[in-house]
Design a protein around this ligand. Structure first.
Ligand SMILES: C[S@@+](CC[C@H](N)C(=O)[O-])C[C@H]1O[C@@H](n2cnc3c(N)ncnc32)[C@H](O)[C@@H]1O
Length: 395
């Protein structure tokens, strides 16, 4: 585990908020008899009202640690990410689906740049709704929209609950990876659920503790992992429940989720013995979820097979699954970039570098995937983003 000492110290007010959250999590552990599942810990660390990482005041998104941020996402990196999504969404809006719904909108950059992109495509949606768990982020989204796309901001509304039915286009960038996961450890050939307990005095507040599982309680996805060597991995009940909820809600249209992750065969590959749990604090990635509760992001990669199967169970079609690089190139990111004047190096080079990060195999191009889940779309109009390199067969 990364030593806290090697990471930047939080300011006193942030440390005080983290101490309050630590006390709350400790009380929940006591109330549960001394042990809670990791999913419950992660839910509190990220979403406890006013104190969790996403519901509290951390800067979160940004380019480097000097602005107090912890990580950067594709919409923050380059407006060409949203512009390219707009090219994929415009023909869908033209098919009589004039509404957009975004989950987990971060700073609001994707919403603002998507609206600007759709305006350029001549396909502005009638409404753009955002489902955001964090009140603090909702305020930031309003400020970003007012600053970047003031003439379009009045189209945007915020929803507290999912609509019962929805016709239109749904999008979520890096939302599935922010949903709480269960942790499991196989040791000595036996499966255990890895949960969280209070530590001994003088140590960090929490530590892992494994509880043996009866064979009947071992999740199906884990039973299929061959061998009996020791390993740690995750399951994704909340993200899969979310995919089912999208299936129940989407009457006609398409949902696009972009995130880092793999199909199950890669996710649960015997060689991935350490799992994918990862934390981000001030642009340091490290594996310790107990560092500064509420002040750092905690994520796990997405098992896209689990998402696909849950969506299909709920009546959706998996219309495409591709690497982010493939999807963006198919949907026309390089043509969009070429609209800039390459001889204007000051304007062109930073944008070209950012697009290179989105596409490069060594950066976001291969690890990040795009999945499209649809219902009731015209089969004669396949989604351009999956025209080449579709990997649905791997799910
Ligand atoms: C890593 S951030 C990504 C933010 C933004 N989409 C971006 O790309 O910059 C994860 C976001 O997902 C949101 N989130 C997590 N679970 C959610 C859910 N069930 N419904 C809506 N938003 C959710 C969090 O509040 C947070 O805004």
């Amino acid at each position: 585990m990364q030593k806290a000492a090697s990471l930047p110290l939080p300011p006193a007010d942030a440390q005080a908020a983290s101490d309050t959250l630590t006390a709350r999590i400790g009380e929940s552990i006591d109330a549960a008899g001394g042990w809670i599942g990791f999913d419950r810990y992660m839910a509190m660390a990220l979403y406890a009202p006013g104190l969790g990482y996403y519901s509290g005041g951390s800067a979160k998104f940004g380019r480097d640690a000097r602005d107090g941020s912890d990580f950067i996402t594709a919409p923050e990196l380059s407006p060409f990410f949203a512009r390219t999504l707009a090219r994929q969404f415009a023909p869908l809006l033209a098919q009589g689906l004039p509404r957009l719904l975004e989950f987990g909108a971060g700073t609001g950059r994707l919403a603002a740049d998507l609206l600007l992109g759709l305006e350029q495509e001549g396909q502005l949606p009638q409404t753009y709704a955002i489902v955001e768990l964090s009140g603090e982020l909702r305020a930031r989204q309003q400020a970003t929209l007012a600053q970047r796309a003031p003439h379009l901001a009045q189209r945007v509304t915020w929803l507290d609950t999912l609509p019962a039915t929805f016709d239109g286009v749904i999008v979520g960038n890096e939302v599935l990876d922010a949903m709480p996961v269960q942790l499991y450890a196989r040791s000595g050939g036996r499966w255990h659920e890895r949960g969280v307990v209070r530590s001994h005095v003088g140590e960090p507040a929490f530590r892992f503790e494994d509880r043996p599982l009866a064979d009947a309680d071992v999740p199906e996805a884990l039973c299929a992992i061959p061998g009996d060597h020791d390993l740690v991995t995750e399951t994704h009940a909340e993200a899969e429940g979310f995919a089912r909820a999208i299936g129940a809600m989407l009457a006609r249209g398409a949902a696009f989720f972009i995130d880092y992750g793999f199909p199950a065969s890669e996710y649960y590959h015997p060689q991935r013995a350490g799992g994918t749990l990862m934390c981000h604090y001030r642009h340091h990635a490290h594996p310790d979820p107990f560092l500064y509760p509420g002040l750092q992001d905690i994520t796990a990669h997405v098992n896209f097979s689990g998402i696909a199967h849950a969506a299909v169970d709920a009546g959706l079609t998996v219309a495409g699954f591709a690497s982010q690089a493939r999807f963006l190139m198919n949907a026309g990111i390089t043509e969009l970039l070429m609209e800039l004047d390459p001889s204007d190096a000051g304007a062109f080079l930073p944008q070209a570098n950012a697009v290179q990060k989105l596409l490069s195999e060594a950066e976001m191009g291969e690890l990040f995937k795009v999945i499209a889940l649809t219902r009731g779309l015209d089969d004669n109009e396949p989604l351009a983003g999956f025209a080449r390199g579709d990997r649905c067969h791997a799910l």
